[in-house]
Structure formats: C-alpha cells, structure tokens
Design a protein around this ligand. Structure first.
Ligand SMILES: [Zn+2]
Ligand SMILES: [Zn+2]
Length: 295
C-alpha cells in the first residue's frame, strides 16, 4: 500500500471509530445521566469533526500540483493540524469547566453505572486499537495530520479511563475523578503545543531540519565543478521539499557545461530526496554579489 493510501485509510478508520463511540456514549448518557460520560461524548464529537476535517485534508493534500497550485496542496495538512489543535484546546477548557462545576456542586446522581462501565470499557478498547493503527501509519509516513489526530484519541483514552474509574468510585468519593480530569487536561494542553509549533513552522516556511540541510549541502560540495555556493534555502510542504541555491562555477564554462552541472546536482539531490525540487542559479566564481548575498 502506498503511504498516501495508508494515511487515507487511517483517517477513514478514525472517522468511523469516532462515529461508533458517539452512538455508544449517547446511549450511556441516556441511561446513566453521568456528567463524566457526557463530557467524554463531547470530546468524541470534537474528534469526529476534526477527523472529518483531517480526512478532507489528507485526500486533497495528497493531490498532485496543478497549474493553479504549482507547489501542491501539502500545506493543507498543517492547516488541518492547526485547526484541530485549537479544537482540542476548546474541548479541554470545556472539560475543566465541567470538572470545576462538578467539584463545587457535588450533586451528581448516576444511575445504572454498570451500563456506563461497559460502554467506557468498549470505548477504551476501540480507541487503543485505533491509536495503535495510527502509530503504525505515523511511523511509515510521518504524516502531521495523523499525528494531530492521534493526539486526540490519546486524550480520549485518558478521558475514558478517568470516567471509567469515576463510575467505579463514585459511590465512595465524588471528587476523585474531578481532580484527575483537571490533571489530564493540563497534560494534554502541554502536549498539544508541539503540533501547534510544527504546523506553524511548515506554514511559515521554516528551513528543513539541520541534518537534511547538511546532507544536501554535502551533495553540492561533492561535485568537482562546484567551487562554492551561497543563498542556500529550503522549505517544506507536506512531504515535498523545495531547495534553492546559487552555485559558484568556473566563469569560463560554456552555458551548456554550466547547465549540465546544474542538472547533475538536481539529479544527485533527487536521488536521495525523491520528493524534493531543487532550483539552482549559476554564478561565475569570484563575481561580486555582496548586495544579493544572504546567509
Ligand atoms: Zn548569487
Ligand atoms: Zn535545464
């Protein structure tokens, strides 16, 4: 299976899982009147909306470049991840306010908690299965969208476990789940910031990681006709990498020779980074360009 298809399949699986969880939790809320299950139902609804958004992003983001979007649609993945992180933040605030209300009101009457326990146990098993699948896909594809999606369902597992424990313990002590819930919210907010930072980096055209940069620079330096280079810069979009550089070459080369060197470099880089596109500008070595030089 290709990476794109795997990302799409994973994305569809999470939409389906979220939908089933919502149905099961609706039934559980109806029979138990548990606030805990209600907040986890809310959490699952946000997940489903976000997963649908993700599915759109990974199907459209995987489309090849066309004449209107010549750099492709890769950045849609980062946009989806960013929107999801905002949704997670909002659902966490909701959970905290639920927990605080519960803490100060102390009037929860949970009925038929056995039904609730079964539904929450089922939710945990389903969510664990889904996150295992997502982890496998991330390992193979590094997809940002699936990473953001998985964070959601990891939260879900924690929330489901808290609700499950609270259903067991609510006859003894009402506030134990409230405290745990607030703790989990804090942890997930802390974890979400990575996704926000990574998405913003892609959207703002941050340089690719230093290791790949130096690999590419080494390829340029290894060519016998390359006397040096400057204005090297990179950016990424989805799985694509865009590279630019000014290559310094012997001023006496013919245009055909210089052009061949440029193509050699492009081929050498693309052999190591198949999803890269490199554009080189050809400079005669020693030519004074102090005004146009960058880093
Ligand atoms: Zn130059
Ligand atoms: Zn050419």
């Amino acid at each position: 299976m290709t990476n794109d298809r795997l990302v799409q399949l994973t994305s569809k699986a999470s939409v389906a899982a979220a939908f089933m969880l919502i149905i099961a939790k609706l039934y559980a809320v109806y029979t138990t009147h548990s606030l805990g299950i209600l907040s986890s139902l809310f959490d699952s609804s946000v997940d489903m909306i976000a997963s649908i958004g993700n599915l759109i992003a990974v199907t459209i983001a995987a489309r090849p470049a066309d004449h209107k979007y010549q750099f492709g649609y890769g950045k849609l993945e980062a946009v989806a991840a960013l929107i999801q992180s905002i949704l997670i933040g909002a659902s966490l605030l909701f959970l905290v306010s639920e927990a605080l209300q519960r803490f100060f009101s102390n009037d929860i009457t949970v009925t038929h908690s056995t039904t609730g326990i079964w539904v929450m146990a089922l939710s945990i098993v389903m969510t664990l299965g889904l996150t295992a699948f997502q982890r496998y896909t991330i390992q193979r594809t590094q997809s940002l969208a699936i990473k953001a999606d998985m964070l959601h369902y990891k939260t879900d597992t924690a929330v489901n476990i808290v609700v499950l424990i609270s259903l067991f313990l609510n006859t003894y002590y009402n506030n134990i789940d409230t405290i745990a819930c607030i703790g989990i919210c804090g942890y997930v907010m802390w974890a979400t910031r990575h996704i926000v930072v990574e998405s913003l980096e892609v959207l703002l055209d941050k340089e690719i990681n230093v290791k790949d940069q130096s690999n590419i620079k080494a390829i340029l330096n290894n060519h016998p006709s390359v006397k040096g280079f400057h204005n090297f810069r990179t950016r990424s979009s989805g799985k694509r990498i865009f590279i630019e550089a000014h290559i310094e070459m012997d001023p006496k080369l013919t245009l055909v020779e210089a052009h061949n060197i440029a193509h050699d470099l492009k081929d050498a880089v693309e052999a190591v980074y198949p999803h890269s596109e490199m554009i080189v500008h050809q400079d005669p070595v020693g030519y004074d360009e102090s005004s146009e030089r960058r880093f």
